[in-house]
Design a protein around this ligand. Structure first.
Ligand code: MSP
Length: 520
């Protein structure tokens, strides 16, 4: 199967925070798993660069909007490199080919009479860039308490309402389309009320930083209409020379293509309502899945954001525990689709118990005993001399299929839990068998315990590589398996791939314990 994973394209104005890092890391983890499964995989992240806020911020800095964006985008590029994100493309809505393709789409919809012009009167909030009707207002202000002004102007509307019945039907007939189930139900609930048409223009007199409407040069495109289209324009929509790529990565027909959009629940409606109707009107395939995940919350249960970030400074946690442990925590401590709490204490306790104790210690203890009793050389494989060996092998052999099925059903947390379960079992087997004693009485048994333990560690490390690419590569290199991994040879080949005779040096601790920073 082919997969085209996308994160939201983040507002270029923002400083990257833990929420952005979360979606991007989970997308990276899923993309890396699918590459390991030999699925053809393409992975996009990027930035959303048009709109009022960008124009205003640029003005404040005395910069042209494009220069402001070129400067701000570096923050995102830098942090994704630091977090080891393996995106195939970094998409920006100011790329000329994107702008041209958005205009081609608008022209098509205009020619097909899917877009119409109408005078519109409403209450407009400049700071929120949103129109409100009379009944939306609270004491004459927006629900967020911002000032509004009455505006009457001509605007352009996309006939979204006419797709309401089609959309309800499509969602119901395609169970994988909107996930998880609870979010699908929210969307269907929302669609019980009549859908309105979508205003897709902004007059240049108010906002000029946007993509000009091809049929009216006094207007630019509403930023969401422009931004959502990034997903297919990035792989070639409306670009003749990229037609083959587009077919390959986006897909054909009117049903599901290859795209898997990952996003936070805050932007579910734009993705699950605006987006499918836009694609339908354009005659382009639908995404295969739109998956809305939950939020990381602060101790007091609020959504973490830039301002809250100042309290916990989530990305500083990376400097404290390292990149791979942060990736591990964000994958392991939240059920994909639900909310969860984020705090330094939670990160430390997870990292110390799972990585320092369960994984790192097991490796260093087994290598110490190997050094002492076998000159650091991996012994021959055997499984029938020590009680518990066969059961451990059976658990390890079941693991790859389990991990695959959890990843296929968007449960990265459960996949990691399965792997950690096998490591716990391996720890217990190791302690119960006490190889340090066996070497005094029956060295062959001691060797079996070491082989079984190291081989279990090897397979677990291969399966954890998408989550912790650098640390697991270190571990695998120490085990003599530092080559590019393949599912057939390194995983599905079954138990017993660790090569007898491999010399293992005692490595530096993989995951040193991390203490909480001292507070005054
Ligand atoms: N530019 C739009 C998206 C356009 S996509 C065509 C946008 N950008 S954003 O910068 O505000 O990013 C929002 C995304 O950041 C959320 O959908 C989610 O992926 C992520 N998160 C922001 N805060 C979050 C948490 N506290 N927890 C988890 N993820 C959250 O919206």
């Amino acid at each position: 199967m082919r997969f085209y994973f996308t994160t939201p394209i983040y507002y270029v104005n923002d400083a990257p925070h833990i929420g952005h890092a979360y979606t991007t890391i989970v997308a990276d983890v899923l993309a890396r798993y699918h590459r390991l499964f030999n699925d053809e995989t393409y992975f996009l992240t990027g930035t959303d660069e048009h709109g009022q806020k960008v124009e205003t911020a640029a003005k404040k800095r005395n910069l042209a909007p494009q220069d402001h964006c070129d400067d701000m985008v570096k923050n995102f590029e830098k942090i994704w490199a630091e977090l080891n994100i393996s995106n195939d493309i970094f998409m920006r809505t100011t790329f000329p080919y994107h702008k041209q393709a958005v205009q081609a789409c608008l022209q098509k919809l205009w020619d097909a009479k899917e877009i119409y012009a109408e005078d519109y009167e409403g209450w407009y909030s400049v700071s929120e860039e949103i129109f409100y009707t009379e009944k939306d207002l609270v004491n004459g202000k927006t629900p967020q308490g911002n000032e509004v002004v009455k505006i009457k102007e001509k605007n352009y509307f996309f006939k979204m309402s006419k797709y309401q019945e089609w959309l309800i039907d499509y969602i119901q007939k395609n169970p994988d389309f909107i996930q998880p189930e609870s979010k699908k139900n929210e969307v269907l609930g929302f669609l019980r009320k009549p859908l309105h048409d979508l205003c897709i223009s902004r007059p240049k007199s108010r906002l000029s930083w946007g993509i000009e409407l091809p049929f009216d040069k006094d207007y630019v495109t509403y930023v969401w209409f422009d931004a959502l289209l990034n997903y297919p324009t990035a792989v070639g929509l409306e670009q003749n020379e990229k037609a083959a790529d587009f077919k390959k990565w986006w897909g054909e027909g009117s049903g599901a293509g290859n795209a898997v959009h990952l996003l936070g629940k805050d932007i579910l409606m734009t993705h699950a309502v605006y987006w499918p109707t836009m694609l339908k009107a354009l005659g382009v395939a639908q995404p295969r899945t739109i998956f809305a995940h939950g939020w990381w919350l602060t101790d007091s249960g609020e959504k973490m954001s830039k301002s809250k970030g100042a309290v916990v400074r989530p990305l500083d946690v990376k400097d404290m525990v390292g990149v791979d442990p942060l990736r591990y925590f964000l994958t392991r401590d939240i059920i994909f689709g639900s909310d969860a709490a984020f705090s330094v204490d939670l990160v430390l306790s997870r990292v110390n118990s799972d990585l320092a104790n369960n994984l790192g210690n097991l490796f260093s203890r087994s290598v110490s005993i190997l050094e002492k009793n076998c000159g650091g050389t991996v012994p021959e494989y055997s499984v029938d001399k020590v009680p518990g060996s066969k059961a451990l092998q059976a658990s390890v052999e079941k693991l790859p299929a389990l991990v695959k099925s959890k990843i296929n059903s968007f449960e990265p947390q459960a996949a990691v839990e399965e792997i950690m379960g096998v490591l716990t079992e391996t720890n217990k087997y190791f302690s119960d068998s006490a190889p340090w004693n066996l070497f005094k009485t029956d060295a062959e048994k001691g060797k079996e315990v070491l082989y079984m333990t190291l081989e279990s560690l090897r397979l677990c490390a291969v399966l954890l590589q998408p989550v912790m690419p650098t640390k697991m590569r270190e571990l695998l290199t120490a085990l003599g398996s530092g080559h590019a991994l393949t599912w057939e040879k390194d995983v599905a080949g079954g138990f017993g791939r660790l090569k007898p005779g491999t010399k293992i040096e005692k490595p530096a601790p993989l995951f040193p314990r991390v203490e909480a920073p001292k507070t005054e």
